[in-house]
Design a protein around this ligand. Structure first.
Ligand SMILES: CC(C)(COP(=O)(O)OP(=O)(O)OC[C@H]1O[C@@H](n2cnc3c(N)ncnc32)[C@H](O)[C@@H]1OP(=O)(O)O)[C@@H](O)C(=O)NCCC(=O)NCCS
Length: 193
């Protein structure tokens, strides 16, 4: 999914198989782990601290502060149908969330799931999203899903670039103008380890 030969980029899977520590050239480490309902406050802080632009790109509409109903739905995780991973870093002795990725199974097509990803603006461009997407895809494959898809604004170049690098096809979205659909057939793509 991304170039593991980059200097300073190493992955260390932990015992349960869905957590990894990512070491960045500056020496700071990012750990990717499954999100739980107990992470609600971290998620609220993370999403509220995104720039307006990033929050709009994440939710495809402007949101100034995260409403409670939306936060509740984002932390109503269900081991099989709604799965989320978060990236954390340690800063001054406490852990801070710097990214999230999730999928929710499409109720009409149980082999398909819609995903979304976001990374703290200060942490973008360092491979955090690629690491989150890898965890998400590994989990989706293990759950027997066939396809991941997402909608993204057509001017969201960072997401389009990330998606292409991760092997997603970028296709027109027939229902919404200005929105592209990203699609990946999981069975056809191999896991890079
Ligand atoms: C889209 C988004 C998730 C990408 O996150 P990110 O963590 O910056 O993505 P990555 O770092 O994995 O990749 C971004 C760039 O960093 C580069 N990169 C990846 N790993 C790197 C590393 N170890 N060192 C240096 N650069 C690296 C990549 O080459 C990539 O550049 P390119 O795509 O121009 O070639 C982020 O911009 C974001 O949160 N946007 C707002 C929310 C959003 O748009 N979500 C999408 C809704 S589906």
């Amino acid at each position: 999914m991304f170039d593991r030969s980059r200097p300073g980029l190493q992955t260390h899977p932990l015992s349960h198989g869905y957590s990894a520590a990512e070491h960045f050239p500056a020496g700071s480490a990012v750990n990717v782990r499954p999100m739980t309902a107990f992470d609600a406050e971290k998620l609220r802080t993370f999403l509220n601290e995104l720039t307006d632009k990033s929050r709009r790109e994440r939710f495809l509409r402007p949101i100034s502060q995260m409403p409670d109903y939306l936060l509740r739905s984002l932390t109503r995780l269900n081991g099989a149908r709604h799965v989320a991973f978060m990236a954390e870093t340690s800063e001054e002795g406490s852990k801070r969330m710097v990214g999230e990725a999730r999928y929710a199974v499409d109720p009409e097509r149980p082999g398909d799931a819609e995903f979304a990803v976001a990374v703290d603006d200060r942490w973008q461009g360092r491979g955090v999203a690629a690491q989150l997407m890898e965890a998400l895809e590994d989990r989706a494959r293990a759950a027997g899903l066939h396809r991941l898809f997402a909608d993204t604004l057509e001017d969201n170049h960072a997401m389009l670039s990330l998606a292409r690098r991760c092997g997603y096809a970028v296709v027109a979205n027939r229902r919404e103008i200005g929105v592209k659909r990203l699609v990946k057939d999981l069975a056809a793509s191999s896991v890079m380890h």
